[in-house]
Design a protein around this ligand. Structure first.
Ligand code: SAM
Length: 245
């Protein structure tokens, strides 16, 4: 068979693409892209003329099967999403599953992803983190999901849309309580911003003008011993003893 290449593309700054990704995009039989217009801009910038097909949420079943069949017949397909690493909170996940199930070689290329950029510059603990992707859009479901995260000690990373930012921040404050948070906005773009503060400060900051652009939230994990489950891990007992004393 051929191969499915996972090609990360810039999350803003067009220079953020590896030499290898450019070569693979050039050499592939075709590129499967989430939004062919977005990818066309990138290809034009680098003078790449490889044919594009559309692979997106709405056609992922049919196109996914077709792409896997093409690879089984020997084609080399490069998958790109709108931005960042394909398969991370986008329909690429589905194509990779199909390819793996069909025994097709899947080759990942390292490159930009909003989650890694956001956490790396967050100023919060990076040694362990839980990536939540997007929270549910409906408030009740979002709050339910946040309740599950109440005792999460690892740093929490969430993808957020600008028009839901304020609602999510206020749900975060209600459910997770006051914590440190970094709001990473427009990473690698002209108006890149890392807001670092408490959840209340973030609400104050973004409450005025409607926030714009693409956003990642990085939230401090729960402090040891403040969990409400009542269950105490043996290795935590010593820490908790210190707090109690
Ligand atoms: N596959 C992509 C990746 O590896 O980052 C993520 C795809 S997901 C559909 C899109 C979300 O990623 C946005 O809603 C936003 O939360 C985040 N994102 C993408 N680009 C960003 C940027 N330049 N700055 C901040 N967040 C970004």
């Amino acid at each position: 068979p051929g191969v499915l290449y996972l090609c990360p593309t810039p999350i803003g700054n067009l220079e953020d693409i590896t030499l290898r990704a450019l070569r693979i995009l050039k050499e592939a039989d075709y590129i499967a892209a989430e939004d062919t217009r977005v990818t066309k801009k990138l290809l034009n910038y680098y003078g790449i003329k490889t044919p594009l097909v559309s692979y997106r949420e709405q056609n992922k079943e049919i196109m996914g099967k077709k792409i896997v069949e093409d690879i089984l017949e020997g084609k080399r397909v490069a998958l790109v999403s709108d931005a960042g690493t394909p398969g991370i909170s986008d329909p690429g996940e589905d194509l990779v599953k199909k390819a793996v199930n069909a025994g097709v070689p899947v080759v990942p290329l390292p490159g930009p992803s909003a989650v890694i950029c956001a956490i790396s510059a967050s100023g919060l603990s990076t040694s362990k983190f839980a990536f939540e992707g997007f929270l549910p859009q409906k408030s009740a479901e979002r709050r339910k999901q946040l309740k599950k995260l109440r005792d999460e000690k690892r740093t929490i990373v969430i993808y957020e849309a600008p028009h839901r930012l304020l609602k999510s921040l206020s749900d975060i404050k209600d459910i997770l309580g006051e914590r440190k948070i970094t709001v990473a906005r427009e990473i690698t773009k002209l108006h890149e911003e890392f807001f670092r503060g408490t959840v209340s400060e973030a609400i104050e900051k973004f409450g005025g003008a409607k926030p714009k652009g693409e956003i990642v939230l990085v939230i401090e994990g729960a402090k040891s011993g403040t969990g409400s489950t009542g269950e105490v891990d043996l290795c935590e007992k010593e820490d908790i003893d210190k707090i109690i004393r």
